[in-house]
Design a protein around this ligand. Structure first.
Ligand code: SAJ
Length: 425
């Protein structure tokens, strides 16, 4: 089996490597020469647990190679980005460009699968484009009788940090342009997926993916809203959530400094921009989560102003715990805003960074390790719940003024206050 994976990012590269491990001949295609060169040398350009070993193995065996050009294959998997613009309208330009490249070598019997998170109706647009570009082929939805190729949508659902496990163990939703397309794509996923593979229409599969991430965003927004209410009431939100979650049908997520990453902070907008009248809740959830980041900046700034002589450690820049991914990270936004305002009073502790990102250029902020922060900083602003932070014992931080946006230190004295906190000395 020959498989061509278009896009060697966080989803495409692990997917290509996992398929290559099954014995298929996989070609990974990317628009960046540096990515192509890195993969061909058996290395990886993204951090993901166990990915480096897997890629070096399959490249050494000749099962995976990379190129700038699409080549003839039996199955094409499109895993390119679908960003959105200023007005939150999704941009499927990369998907259509990838489909255009696939069209060049497409032949009867091939399967084309879109995995990129996409607005509802995108897979049908891909089929329409292929029908235009290849009038010699019978394209599903654009022909009578049985089609020459199969076209399907199968969203990825993997969690960064667990990608290689979840690629195999998660259930997959496979939406075909026709039921026959879905069955063809199903045969492909059965090669490497251990979870259940459920077939449906392309549009239902597209909306399912957006729904999953909107669901999580709405639920996180609920937790973030609660954190503001609890603060106003002078109550510890973490305790309230712990207690409420003892109810058999209540399961509240965790508040934080906002929602980051390239999925949950983005995908709900695909639903909102397609159906603005019908989505007040989903839109508001987005606004609540983004607003929480601004709130944290304001609250931390007030604390720093009330304690003008203390050095400040911002703990974490990543968009969530135990990963080195800083995309759309609320922690990075908060820390950078504080650094812009308070300059060299700000020290960043981020064990997953070798150097401070560009957002800190010219601010005077420094990157230090957690032990130096414990020695030199009076104020701690906890922005990410990395395990290395969680394990700092109380006696090493009891004298600190802590603004713990993730609730990692329930034993910390004076964790809650509506007023800006002050250091004792
Ligand atoms: N977060 C909170 N509180 C919580 C949970 C998360 O503030 O209780 C924050 C995180 O800190 C982070 C953001 O939300 O900033 C998103 O993190 P996440 O762990 O919820 O999700 P992602 O972005 O890593 O991955 C999500 C997953 N989707 C769902 O859980 C529904 C994953 O399965 C998807 O494959 C991925 O989006 C994607 O690619 O769409």
């Amino acid at each position: 089996l020959k498989v061509c994976v278009l896009g060697l990012g966080y989803i495409g590269l692990p997917t290509a490597a996992v398929i290559a491990r099954t014995g298929a001949k996989v070609l990974g295609v990317d628009v960046h020469q540096s990515v192509v060169d890195t993969v061909n040398s058996g290395k990886v350009h993204i951090e993901e647990i166990d990915l480096d070993g897997l890629v070096s193995g399959v490249v050494a065996r000749g099962s995976l190679r990379a190129s700038l050009q699409v080549e003839e294959a039996d199955v094409f998997v499109i895993a390119v980005p679908t960003p959105f613009g200023e007005n939150h309208a999704p941009d499927i330009g990369y998907v259509l460009k990838a489909a255009t490249n696939v069209a060049i070598t497409l032949k009867a019997g091939d399967v084309v699968i879109l995995e990129s998170t996409s607005p509802v109706g995108t897979t049908e647009k891909v089929a329409e484009l292929l029908a235009q570009l290849r009038p010699d082929l019978k394209i599903p939805g654009h022909c009578t009788g049985s089609a020459d190729v199969a076209i399907a949508y199968c969203p990825e659902r993997v969690l960064p940090g667990r990608i290689l496990v979840e690629l195999i163990d998660n259930d997959r939703v496979i939406g075909g342009i026709t039921p026959r397309c879905a069955r063809k794509a199903l045969q492909f996923y059965r090669r490497f997926v251990r979870g259940a593979c459920v077939t449906t229409t392309a549009k239902a599969a597209e909306m399912t993916k957006l729904t999953e991430n909107a669901f999580r965003d709405v639920n996180i927004a609920f937790a973030n809203e609660l954190s503001l209410v609890a603060e106003k009431m002078g109550v510890d939100v973490w305790e309230v959530i712990r207690l409420a979650n003892r109810h058999p049908r209540v399961n509240i997520l965790s508040p934080g400094p906002g929602v980051g990453g390239h999925c949950i902070a983005v995908d709900p907008w695909f639903l909102v921009s397609a159906a603005p009248e019908q989505t007040p809740l989903i839109r508001t959830a987005r606004e609540v989560n983004d607003g929480k980041t601004d709130y944290v900046i304001g609250h931390a700034a007030a604390m720093l102003e009330s304690n003008p002589h203390a050095q400040v450690a911002c703990l974490g820049l990543a968009f969530k715990a135990n990963i080195d991914d800083f995309r759309e990270s609320p922690a990075l936004k908060v820390a950078a805003a504080l650094a812009q305002r308070f300059g060299d009073r700000i020290q960043i502790v981020e064990p997953y960074a070798d150097a401070l990102p560009k957002a800190f250029d010219g601010t005077g902020a420094g990157l230090i390790d957690i032990d130096s922060a414990i020695e030199s900083c009076g104020i701690f602003v906890v922005l990410v719940d990395h395990d290395v932070f969680k394990s700092v014992p109380l006696d090493e931080r009891a004298d600190k003024l802590v603004y713990d946006t993730r609730g990692i230190w329930p034993d910390q004295p004076r964790a809650v206050s509506g007023e800006p906190l002050r250091l004792a000395s």
